[in-house]
Write a protein that binds this ligand. Sequence first.
Ligand code: FE
Ligand code: FE
Ligand code: ZN
Length: 275
Amino acid sequence: MITIGCHLSSSKGFLHMGKEAVSIGANTFQFFTRNPRGSKAKAIDEKDVELFLQYAEEQKIERILAHAPYTLNACSADPSTREFALMTMKDDLERMEYVPGNCYNFHPGSHVGQGIEKGIQEIADTLNRILKPEQRTTVLLETMSGKGSEVGSRFEELAQIIDQVELKEKLGVCLDTCHVYDAGYDIVNDLEGVLEQFHRIIGLERLRAIHVNDSKNPFASHKDRHEKIGEGSLGLEAIRRVINHPKLRQLPFYLETPNELEGYAAEIRMLREEV
Ligand code: FE
Ligand code: FE
Ligand code: ZN
């Protein structure tokens, strides 16, 4: 059975997300650690976490994925914006220790005219300041579409960030199917070739999660607009090959398609039938 879920609202806590996941046929889920625009996080409710962990074990919910606010920018030209990203991620990682052994995904950032090299160095610097040897969370760099001055739309850029981080064992990559296709990696016509590149440049052992999204835009458009599965430029057939690929099928899959719960339930049902 594949591990598949979708993005859920975290506003009602962990147990609520767990129950919602089960209600739509999911056995994992993704959630924002706080308001996606980056406001202050609610205090962790230890009772809620305890009930969730018990429920997750009973229901075989595994490998939940936290997502950092997408407004953070660890390589902003503004030092106070960089500092805010650092403090937020540091706080998120401390909170993640309540649900140990899972992953925390973030968007590397946008270098906003500073240049890609400087951006890469600042992202690595941030990671070097927040990663701790004792943490039990793996931090994932998400593959980006390359809109604006986004860092991380080329596998080489992610490899360079990892290369400059000391505690590499705490790092992984989350591949977003919409983003990589928008970035110019042709997973529709040459999934095998793209995975070979990923392996050569980053190493498939770093790949820890897949965001399964179709794209509203054509190949290499550098746009980043997600579409429902089978309704975009990737198409169901390409996505079917992703979730069934022998090098990918053991990974957790998270839908971030434009859906409400019912739509997610239908997509999960559909993809489970394609396996
Ligand atoms: Fe993301
Ligand atoms: Fe994503
Ligand atoms: Zn996206």
